[in-house]
Design a protein. Structure first.
Length: 120
């Protein structure tokens, strides 16, 4: 999906599964939506579970294929900056979640939002 300016939409997908929610993903979702409201190039989406439960809350970028784990609401500015610029922040991300879990999540998002969007 492209914006009216022609650039593709970057999706910030926040897990709201049981374990991520218990660790504060609801507050993180609210914070990200507030920070990114009005940016036509970014959509904040919800996913029930990515199966990275032990290391949540998890936030996945599509089509960027970037995975953040253990994200706290205090880090919403860092995540929002990545969403707006396309450049991941200085924070370490995605190192503990198994590669197969991340690959499955990225494939799911490609299927859901379109593999063509992932290639742009």
């Amino acid at each position: 999906m492209a914006t009216s300016a022609g650039r593709s939409v970057r999706r910030v997908v926040v897990c709201q599964g049981f374990f991520c929610a218990a660790r504060g993903s609801g507050r993180l979702l609210v914070d990200l939506r507030a920070r990114l409201d009005g940016d036509a190039g970014v959509q904040v989406e919800v996913q029930y579970c990515f199966n990275g439960c032990s290391h949540g809350p998890n936030v996945v970028f599509h089509p960027d294929r970037v995975w953040y784990e253990g994200v706290r609401s205090e880090e919403s500015a860092l995540i929002a900056a990545h969403a707006q610029t396309g450049q991941p922040g200085p924070r370490a991300y995605g190192g503990r979640v198994a590669a197969v879990v991340k690959d499955n999540a990225h494939e799911y998002l490609d299927d859901k939002y379109g593999a063509a969007a992932a290639a742009e």
